[in-house]
Every structure is written in structure tokens, then in C-alpha cells.
Write a protein that binds this ligand. Sequence first.
Ligand code: SF4
Length: 653
Amino acid sequence: MYGWCGQRLRVDLSKGTIIKEPLSYEYRRKWIGGRGMNSEVIYREVPPNLDPFDPDARVCFGVGPISGTAAPASGRVTVSCKSPLTGGFGDSNMGGHWGAELKYAGYDQIIVQGRAPKPVYIWIDDDNVEIRDARHLWGKFPREADAMIKQELGDEDIHIVVIGPAGENLVRFASTFNDVYRAAGRTGHGAVIGSKNLKAIAVRGSGTVKIARPKEFFDVCNRLRQKFKTDPMRKFLYEIGSLSLINVANHDGWLSVNNFKQGAHPEAWRMSGEEHSKTVLKHREGCFACPICCGRFTEIKEGKYAGEYGGGPEYEHSVPTGPRVGVFDPNAIWHNMILTNNYGMDGIETGGVIATAMEWYEKGLITSKDTGGLELTWGNQEVVEKLITMIAMREGFGDVLADGASRAADRLGLGDEGHKYTIATRGMTLPGDDPRGLGFAYGVGFAIGTRGGCDHLRCLASLELSGFMYPGLNTKILGDERPVKPTTTVGKGYCCFYEENQKAMVDCLNVCCFTTHWSYAVLTADQVDYFNAVTGMDITEEEFMEIGERIVNLERAYWARLLSGKREDTIPERFQKEPMPKSVDGQTNVGYVFPVEKILPGYYKYRDYDPDTGFPSERRLKMLGLEDVAKDLAPLRAKYNSESEKKKKKYYY
Ligand code: SF4
């Protein structure tokens, strides 16, 4: 056995049982690891109409065959479930060191099911696995729980996945952390973990990962590490982190300001990575085996929040509780980030739902009677700060927002007018990137992403985002340099098809997308090289990408079983109908709208999706070895277009 450990843990918290299940060669070859194996379990074991908080629901933690090796940034872990936010397929991944530790303990995956009668945590010490009392940890922030578990087990070097109070309170966008500050943010699996009365999973491993062809593997790793030395994206990410995007977004006009009403703001530079590095950066951090080290650690030095500290910020976490709600004071933004992390919530949905409520308030759809007296005006930091706590603790108006923007619109009875401002698709709020300026392939990713539609990472069309830094790369990969232009529709269908399949494989290997999609230092051929050298297999690049395609189709089929397809492949009206207004000099996307309808047919063609339903075709499912999935979808194709099903759904169950 090379690469993989060849077994997974199944922990049933209702029964208190722990089972080790072998993973066959055929299974590993078909699903690889991480996202692939997790998606397979969610599809087969979690019926589409099951309540995500039902004890029978699963939450999976998966790593890949090269996790824990010297391959660049190979320490990520994927967490998957049926999302309590969207009701559809959900997953998210995080860096840190927990993924590598799980491999050293001897497991490729953990499946948790059932519900413990009282709060517990799981302790994995190589072969010994225990379910332990966690009543004393309930209510603690991730950093507190992490320290208490380490002290209790007498080992400072264990790695721990943990949820915060928001997960315990079933906030539908609660997240999960490992090594305290590395978050798997999206789709709300923290609440599913909380619904199982599970606080944490602590891991200690003393094994290794066996490599089939060591010389070949280390030659590949050395070659790639040399490439990183001169990679332009690595330099930005190391020096100023993902906040390096703030000034770019503000210049190009794709920064989310006041719930995407604007794409830029004269004050935005104050929260840029350049300014952060000069003022509050304490040190840089890296995940397992990472040649980039983009992680930041912040300590606020002055003002009301002086003395607060925490991991981050990241671009996607800082924008939602900053410019998106009209806040531009950098210390307030860092404070909001630290607070959101302490409670254990997805920063994107937290800021998104507050911004949506602010727009409802502005438009008169809600008043201070609905909000318990809170004045939800743009830039009201006092209210933003209060609401973060109220959401996490499900207090007052915060309880309504804790269900996410789409459900909150329904709970408040706001009808279609309320949903118009949610800036969400398939029930999940969009991240802080405006497709009218960022790029049309990126925007299509929001419409078709398989973990809820609205996603900056699923499609991750960086060939258009960062392709300009790598002249000739679009031609090499897509056969055409034109898709590099953000605001063209040319070549975007194939670009999305390629990037989605490639990203699925990155998530199966559980390597960081900053090494493979953003920097392009590790191309698909390089990934195949290290995969083959570690596992001893000899798969081709074509076979490798076909596995990615299989995974995308399986996840898409999960949505199809919920009768979610072509009608739901859309993005909010604001991007399609409202031309981007001018907000600062130099902003380059003034006047643009996003023509999603022009790109989708081309994308469907490459995917071989049924043009009437948007479901994967029977022919393609069979070609990908998903005959049983084809059978599942057969009766649903006519049903999707029946009169009773024609109303577009906002979320599912
Ligand atoms: S690039 Fe950043 S997020 Fe990715 S593995 Fe390295 S430190 Fe972690």
C-alpha cells in the first residue's frame, strides 16, 4: 500500500461504536481521496431529503494519497456534509497540519454519524480511538477548547479540529477550524458537527506515508520547489497575503461595497495587504509543507480593539464584514474577523447576511421594529459588531439571520423583493468578488458550482484571474489566449469545464489551490507526476482529469435529485441587470453587466448536460462509471420540467 493508508474510521455517536473499514484498490482508484471519497459517501449515504441535522446525516473528513508527504502544500483536509444552509451538497476545506497528522495516524477518512447523548470529542491516537466527554468544552471558543484538550491529553503537538459556539447553536453557516485558525468556512458543516454533540477531533499519529518511487517523487518535489522561487504569485502571497487582492479589486471595480451596489471605494486601500503588513501583522504562518506561507497573524495595536489578536485576515473573510457592510476602518475589520472566528462562523455568509439585512432596511422592507431597535445603516460598525454576537448566540434578530440570508427573507415574509437583495444562489451568499469586473468565467462558477452555486473556489477560473501574469498559459491549457480577458465571453465555457475538473482533483489530493490554481507553479501534469510517484500507479493526464469530471458529475447529480438544475443555474439579478456604477477614478468595469446566459450553453456542451434540465446526461454518467447515478436520475428528468416543479427554489428541504 503506497500513498493511501487503505482504511477509514466510521464513528457512530449514537451507538458509541468505532469501526475501521478497508478501502479497496478499485475504490481508491475511482475516488482518490479528500473531496472525491467524501462526495461518494454523501451521495450514497445521505438521502437528498434528509434533514442535515438528522442524526442519520453524515459528516466526513477526508485527506488524499499524497497528504503528509513533501509534495507542496499537501496538508489540507476536506469536510463534507449535506449543507444545513443550502440543503444541498456541501463541503469546504482547510489547511493547517491536521490532515497530515490523520495520515500519520493511519486513516484516509473519518465518517461521523449519529448523535451523542451529551457533548463529546473524539481522540485518535494511532490505532486507539476513543469517544471522550466534552461537556467542559461546550461553549468554548476554538482557541480555548484547543488549549484545554492539549492540556488534558498532556501533548502540545497533537492537532485538533474544533467547532465554536456558533456550531453548537446550529447557526446554519458555522464553520470548522484546525490548528485554531485554519478554517473550513463554507456550507455550514460546523452546525452539522454541533448537531451531533461533537466538539472536536484530536489526532496524534506516529506513522509515515509510504512512497512507491521515492527518487522520482523527490525529483518532482525539487523541480516544483525551484519553480516557486521565481513564481510571481508566490511573492505576492508571501509578502502581503490574499489581501494583496484589495487594491487590485478596488482598481478593477470588483470589490463588494455595500452589498455589491458598488465595486470600489476611495477608503478601501486602508485595509489592503500592503497597509496590514505595515501596521498590525505580527508574523507570517504556513500550513503543512507549504512553499508559499500566505498565512497572517494579526495583533491590533491601537484604538478600541487594541490587544486583540488572531489568525488572518484573508481577503474573502475581511471584505464581507468590511466593505460589503460599508465598514472601512481597518481595526474594526480585523476585530470583526477575530470575533467571527472566535464564534466559529463563515465570514462570507456572516457579512453577506448582515449586508442583505442592511439593504432590506435601506429599502424599507424591514424597520427597527423587526431588528429589535438596531439601526442597520451602512457602515454602522456598532451594529455589525453586535449582530455578529447575536447571530452566533441566536439572540433576537440574530436568530433570524443565523439561518442565512435566503431563509431569513422567508422568515421575515419579504417575498421576491426580499430575495432580490440576498445576492445568493442555491441558498448560499456569494463571496466578495463582483463578476461584472472580476471575470465572466468566475461568475459562471457562481452559477454552477456544485457546493451551492455561489462559490469563489469551486470553479476557480484563475486562468482569467491571474492568467495575465503567465503569458501563454491560456494557450497552453485552453488552446486560446483570448479567455484571459475578464470581460469577454470567448472560451469561457471550456475554461469553466477545465477549471472545475482540475479543482476537483486538487481537492482529492488535498493540496492548496494557491500552489496549483493561483500560482500555476504546479500544473496538471505535475500533479499527475507526484500522484503516480507516490502511489505507484501510472495514470495518464486524461484519466486524471476524467476522475475530476466524475466527481463534479456526482455532486451535480446530488442537486439533480433535489430537482435543482438549469433553472437554478443563475446569478443574482443585480449582476445581470444593473450596470456597474462609477465609484472611484480608475475603476475599469464601469457600465458592465454580466451576461451569464451567453456563456452557459457553451459550458453545458462541454459538460454534456441535458439542455432542458441541466442534469448530467445518461450517456456521460455511464461513460464516467456512474451507471447507478444514471438510474437515479432517469425518473427525475421529466419531473423537473413538470408544472408543479417549475417554481425556482431558493434552498432545499
Ligand atoms: S498557500 Fe497559504 S493557505 Fe495554502 S497551504 Fe500555504 S499557507 Fe496554507
